[in-house]
Write a protein that binds this ligand. Structure first.
Ligand code: IMP
Ligand code: MG
Length: 175
């Protein structure tokens, strides 16, 4: 691991306030429906749980694991599915919950994959977006924060599996 430090980029209170707003927006948009939240392991676990707590319509949660990153901080471009959903999503109102959208490869792959299963609707909600890094175009309906092209950790995001448990968004500064 390179020598580095972690600085605060988005404070805990600001992250929580934004998640509350997203929860309210989703609750309004899905009034009268049951929403299926697809948590993309492992990075989205914290965000999915906090968001789910702020949604007032009925929520079903399921988990999927998919990776395009190894221990490095640059995307390999290879998306691997290592755990599929437990439940069928045919006819369901589905939202894929991601920690961050970077090149867009992971989400465009997942959206295609899940779209083939016949959901009634399929949207994407991401806590963070790095628009400058986009390689593949994807429609994202709910975004927490747009950030500059920096490597970030915390709130589920890791650097070599560390820092997921930070309650804020931190930026990794290499020394
Ligand atoms: P994409 O397929 O390039 O959009 O990559 C998305 C995945 O890359 C995310 O789910 C993260 O796991 C990882 N990732 C991208 N940027 C960062 C970052 O700044 N910190 C930690 N993980 C990141
Ligand atoms: Mg990830």
């Amino acid at each position: 691991m390179e020598k580095h430090r972690v600085d605060v980029m988005i404070e805990e209170a600001a992250v929580n306030a934004r998640i509350k707003e997203l929860g309210e927006e989703i609750s309004r948009d899905y009034a009268g429906k049951t929403v299926y939240l697809i948590c993309i392991l492992k990075g989205s676990v914290y965000f999915t749980c906090e968001l789910a707590k702020r949604i007032t319509v009925p929520v079903v949660m399921d988990f999927m694991q998919c990776s395009s990153y190894g221990a490095a901080t640059k995307s390999s471009g290879v998306v691997k599915l290592s755990k599929d959903l437990d439940m069928a999503i045919t006819g369901r109102d589905v939202i894929i919950i991601e920690d961050i959208i970077d090149s867009g490869r992971t989400l465009s792959h997942l959206k295609n994959l899940l779209g083939q299963r016949g959901p009634a609707s399929l949207k994407i909600c991401t806590l963070l977006d790095k628009p400058d890094r986009r390689v593949v175009d994807v429609d994202v309906e709910y975004t927490g924060f747009q950030i500059e092209d920096k490597f970030v950790v915390g709130y589920g995001l890791d650097y070599d599996q560390l820092y997921r448990n930070l309650p804020y968004i931190g930026v990794v500064e290499f020394e």
